[in-house]
Ligand binder design. Structure first.
Ligand SMILES: Cc1ncc(COP(=O)(O)O)c(C=O)c1O
Length: 366
């Protein structure tokens, strides 16, 4: 099965095999050392030195986003959420659930952030933190996070970045991005299995959290960090096998190298997008906004077309495609993350071309 959904992504045979390991109590030092290696590897992916530390949580990516949002904004602080898609909206919803003082700056789903408006708001000095999604997976838009980070630095605001679906797919230098907290999970471009989320934290920012208690017992960033530093253990039971798989995935990431991984993903995108264009599909976003890790295509308007029919037929032929999420036009989405190659994308296009022919869906748009 080739997964064109935006994670969990395809994994290598060796990552799958890493799940089958000896039983071990996760409070043993041997397992602590595996976690330490994973923690350091995750930090190294974004070129973070000793000034940063990774805090791991058992849970999906949203657990880690929630841990960051609910832990870092002090009771006297205020959060500005940049919202141009479903995952920006989700960060605002998390802030709301914890009754954190906040404002959302909305650019519409798939709208490009206006840096002047962000700067204007930061100038008001109302905000202690800003939250932004790097790759808005709902549309495939890559936000200009480095430029937003610069504005944050100029105004003394700390930036929380949801880099769920860009981390390890797009090169990130966390210091250059000026992120105080950067969040991702084990099952996207790092090519591990689902079950671990993590927050890469600037130590100096993390230290400041000591002075207020936090809002969640489980998803408490500073407590989770302190406990691991003291005991080389997570506070609560970790997904043991997923940790071994992530350890293997990290080894494979460093063996491949960030440049080669990004290049492989770009080659997958090029093969996919060229093929989709040749078949007559239209994209939601223009070139300059694209992540090249996930692409939203406008749903055909041919009267006989339906996403479900296309999904089900492709699924039977070994390809998983993904529905749209909240864009202003109806879309479906194709991701090209994971242990896949450009040839897999070309093979997919052939299968899709045959399906369109068989169903008589041409012309796609009326
Ligand atoms: C940008 C972004 N943030 C958050 C999430 C949520 O991650 P999870 O489904 O693992 O909770 C996703 C999932 O696709 C995402 O793409």
């Amino acid at each position: 099965m080739i997964l064109l959904n935006p994670g969990p992504a395809n994994t290598t045979r060796s990552v799958k095999n890493a799940l089958v390991c000896e039983d071990i109590c996760p409070r043993e030092r041997d397992f602590g050392l595996v976690q330490k290696r994973v923690q350091q590897g995750l930090t190294r992916v974004v070129h973070a030195g000793d000034a940063y530390v990774t805090v791991l949580f058992g849970g999906s990516g949203t657990a880690a986003v929630e841990a960051a949002i609910c832990s870092v904004v002090p009771p006297t602080g205020r959060l500005l959420v940049i919202d141009n898609g479903a995952y920006g909206t989700r960060m605002a919803q998390i802030a709301e659930a914890y009754q954190i003082a906040r404002d959302s700056l909305q650019f519409g789903v798939g709208g490009y952030p206006d840096l002047n408006r962000i700067a204007e708001l930061l100038q008001t000095k109302r905000y202690s933190h800003l939250a932004v999604v790097h790759h808005e997976t709902s549309t495939g838009l890559l936000n200009p996070v480095e430029r937003i980070g610069l504005l944050c630095e100029q105004h003394g605001v700390e930036m929380v970045v949801d880099a769920m679906s860009s981390y390890a797919g797009v090169p990130i230098d966390i210091a250059q991005m000026r992120a105080s907290y950067l969040v991702s999970s084990s099952n996207k471009c790092i090519q591990g299995m689902a079950g671990l989320g993590f927050v890469i934290c600037r130590r100096e920012s993390l230290q400041r959290l000591q002075s207020f208690p936090g809002r969640s017992h489980y998803l408490n960033l500073i407590e989770q960090h302190r406990f691991f530093e003291r005991h080389l253990q997570m506070r609560f039971t970790p997904p043991v096998q997923i940790m071994y798989a992530l350890d293997q995935a990290l080894k494979e990431f460093f063996a491949e190298g960030q440049e080669n991984r990004s290049e492989r993903y770009r080659a997958c995108f090029a093969a996919l997008d060229e093929g989709m264009h040749a078949l007559g599909f239209r994209r939601l976003l223009p070139d300059h906004m694209l992540s090249r890790i996930l692409t939203a295509y406008i749903e055909p308007t041919h009267p006989d077309y339906s996403f479900e029919a296309m999904h089900d037929a492709l699924y039977q032929r070994g390809y998983t495609i993904y529905p749209g999420k909240g864009a202003q036009q109806d879309t479906f989405r194709l991701a090209n993350m994971g242990a896949i190659k450009a040839d897999d994308m070309r093979a997919f296009i052939k299968v899709l071309a045959a399906l369109i022919d068989e169903k008589g869906w041409l012309p796609l748009y009326r």
